[in-house]
Design a protein around this ligand. Sequence first.
Ligand SMILES: [Zn+2]
Length: 99
Amino acid sequence: MEMPESLPLCYCGNPAKLNMSWSHDNPGRRFFGCMNFGNRFRKPCRFFSWFDPPLTPPSRVVLLGLLKKVRTLEDARKRERRTWFFVLAIVTVLLFLKP
Ligand SMILES: [Zn+2]
C-alpha cells in the first residue's frame, strides 16, 4: 500500500493523520483528518482530505461483499464457540454426577 510522501497540515497546524474510512460509500479508502479527532481533551478541526482516489464501482461492490462475508463468518464462529462451551459444560456436569 502506498504511503504519503508528505503529510498535509490541518487547520490546527498539526500534521494530519491518515485514517481509513469504513463507510458504505468508501470502504477502505484512506483520508487525512485532524490528529485531534477522537481525542477527548482536544477539539478537532474540520480538516478533511481524501488520500486515495475514489473506488471504482466494481471494487466497491467486491469490498462490501468481502466485508459482509467476514462479518457472517465471525458471527458463525462466535455461535460455534458458544455451542462448544455449552456442550463442555454439560459433559463436565454429567461427569461429576456419575456415581
Ligand atoms: Zn486539526
